[in-house]
Design a protein around this ligand. Structure first.
Ligand SMILES: [Zn+2]
Length: 145
């Protein structure tokens, strides 16, 4: 039952289809585990998405072996952007869940080149904290680790 449900998700998942090459994309890198494509609605020139070829809805479902390969690959992509696109830096952005801004439920890492003079995008307004509040929140997270 679960396997059949998983298969239905994967058959309807647009990033599974793109990663498998069933839907064309501007591919910048491919190996047996990943396909790296350019975002159709880029935040800046060269905005890329790292897609694992196996389906995982978000980082909580991602196989640890694959997860361990994402950051080194993102680093290589970012370094190539700096060397070949002339960007001054890059952001790695990875959203998990609709509340976090994830629009496609297939794990993906954004690699977003940042150019001198371009907008610096921070997705939050810096808030305030108290030592007591931080300690209370830290204890809640620690309880699950
Ligand atoms: Zn998928």
């Amino acid at each position: 039952m679960w396997k059949r449900f998983r298969l239905e998700i994967e058959m309807s998942c647009i990033f599974c289809k793109i990663a498998a090459g069933e839907i064309p994309s501007a591919t910048v890198y491919e190996d047996e585990t990943f396909r790296v494509i350019l975002d159709l609605n880029p935040a800046s020139e060269g905005h890329a998405l790292i897609l694992p070829k196996s389906h995982a809805a978000d980082v909580t479902e991602l196989n640890e072996e694959i997860a361990a390969k994402v950051l080194p690959l993102a680093t290589r992509v970012g370094q190539s952007m700096k060397a070949n696109l002339g960007c001054a830096g890059f952001n790695l952005v990875q959203n998990n869940g609709e509340a976090a801004g994830q629009t496609v439920r297939h794990f993906h890492m954004h690699v977003i080149p940042r150019y001198e003079g371009g907008p610096v995008i921070a997705a939050w307004e810096p808030g305030t904290s108290t030592p007591e509040g931080l300690a209370e929140t830290a204890a809640k997270i620690q309880a699950g680790l």
